[in-house]
Write a protein that binds this ligand. Sequence first.
Ligand code: NDP
Length: 250
Amino acid sequence: MSSYLITGSSRGLGLQIVTELLKTPSSKVIATARNTKKSAGLQDLAAQYPTDRLVLVDLDVTSETSIAAAVEAVSKILPGGLDHLISNAGVNDLALIPFEEVDLTLFKEEIDFSLISTILLLRGFLPLVKKSSTKKIIQISSVLGSVELAGYMPGLTPTYSVGKAALNMLIRKWGASLKNEGVTTLLAHPGWVKATDIGGAIAEWMEKYAPETKSVTPEEAAAGVVKVLNEKTFEDSGSFFNYDGTKLPW
Ligand code: NDP
């Protein structure tokens, strides 16, 4: 059995990644969300799969207490360690608001979510990841965090882009140290996933200003992310991948 834990799997891309992972009979999936009981999608899956394939665990990535409780629960479920950590939870509440007008308190909350929550999540689960034989972490990021491509989409999601760029550096920098301990860290852009809450705001902008950009279904995005996670190797550690497996510029 190969184990996977995913954050933010109540809906959107996260829920679809859980569905995709469960297609492989040798996978054991820990699907986490702020409130797993309130997610109709997770409850549907839990009714279909036995607990040796799928376990639901409550996990709010902004709460140290919640992270600690989840780590404790998962340590009991996976005494041999966690093979794959998928850090997926995200927010994009400020969408298209320009820097001139953005509410700085909300911006601070968004940066906290992107950076501080991710640090807490990784600190919490790293011992379990290091204990496993696979030792893989994938951070779901966005091409909007690419510094090189920022000029191509000037008005799109200013604060979200800054948060994702900082997140990319956090994972690349930390990942460089973790590589010395045998841990593989990857970053992935899932594509423009139209049907999710975050993707909806972006897709609206894309249709107006960049109609040449192809969007993907949640199914295509999830299949791509899972393929990147499973097929990229330790040698690829520290790279930023598109959902189709090609490398993205920083
Ligand atoms: P959605 O808005 O559909 O889903 C966001 C998920 O994050 C929900 O499950 C939500 O849970 C969860 N979440 C929010 N806050 C917390 C929290 N404090 N603790 C735990 N979970 C939380 O977004 P997507 O599925 O589209 O996005 C998933 C990831 O993909 C994000 O990191 C996003 O930035 C990234 N991405 C998405 C793109 C797209 O086109 N959709 C493009 C590029 C990147 P809840 O139901 O409890 O609110």
